[in-house]
Write a protein that binds this ligand. Structure first.
Ligand code: AMP
Length: 195
């Protein structure tokens, strides 16, 4: 399997790039943010639980998020592997993902590619996206800044987990979209060769 983790702060381009990589590698994207939004829209119990956190731009608790991910994997959509977009976002989620891949598929994360973009560019990108995305958390600058703070306080530490496994690659996330896609593909192909 090819299990790619796309990493980076909100607005770094993970979702955009995931679409290209899905096509290239025939591995479906799993975006926990999209799954939560689907549940919000359909007013499911899970959506009700997640709403209070998402509205503030805070992370949803690990247990809720990880159970949702397991349910998605149980659908079996990715025999060749997956692109994880927006998960893991805490060290505990990173540990959970290792265990899930091991237990379910006797496999592991192939590579984690982190898109690096400076904060003020993120804020501008998200405000711009908020004009059309229909996402409440993209409209209010305070919520956007809180999401970025959550990234630095809870999510950035995930890097340590993957650096220790020798799977961490950083890519400049500012530039032409197709150039960034090319750099991601190079990093992923390198990781596949070295696996
Ligand atoms: P995203 O679309 O990835 O920006 O996620 C939107 C929101 O969904 C985040 O601000 C969190 O409230 C929630 N969320 C998405 N993925 C996770 C995750 N892995 N852990 C906790 N909360 C998450």
């Amino acid at each position: 399997m090819l299990n790619i983790v796309l990493f980076g702060p909100p607005g770094s381009g993970k979702g955009t790039q995931a679409k290209f990589l899905e096509e290239k590698y025939q591995t479906p994207q799993i975006s926990t943010g999209d799954l939560f939004r689907y549940n919000l829209k359909n007013d499911t119990d899970l959506g009700k639980q997640a709403r209070e956190y998402m509205d503030k731009g805070s992370l949803v608790p690990d247990e809720i998020t990880t159970n949702m991910l397991i349910d998605e994997l149980d659908k079996g959509k990715g025999p060749k592997g997956y692109i994880f977009d927006g998960y893991p976002r805490t060290t505990s989620q990173a540990e959970a993902l290792d265990k899930i891949l091991e237990d379910k598929f006797d496999d592991e994360v192939t590579v984690i590619v982190a898109l690096v973009v400076e904060d003020e560019i993120l804020v501008q990108r998200l405000l711009e996206r908020g004009k059309t995305s229909g996402r409440a958390d993209d409209v209010d600058e305070d919520i956007i800044r809180h999401r970025i703070t959550e990234y630095y306080t809870k999510t950035a530490e995930v890097a340590k987990h993957y650096k220790a496994q020798g799977k961490w690659v950083e890519i400049d996330g500012v530039g032409e979209i197709d150039e960034i896609t090319q750099k991601l593909i190079e990093a992923i192909n390198d990781a596949m060769i070295n696996e």
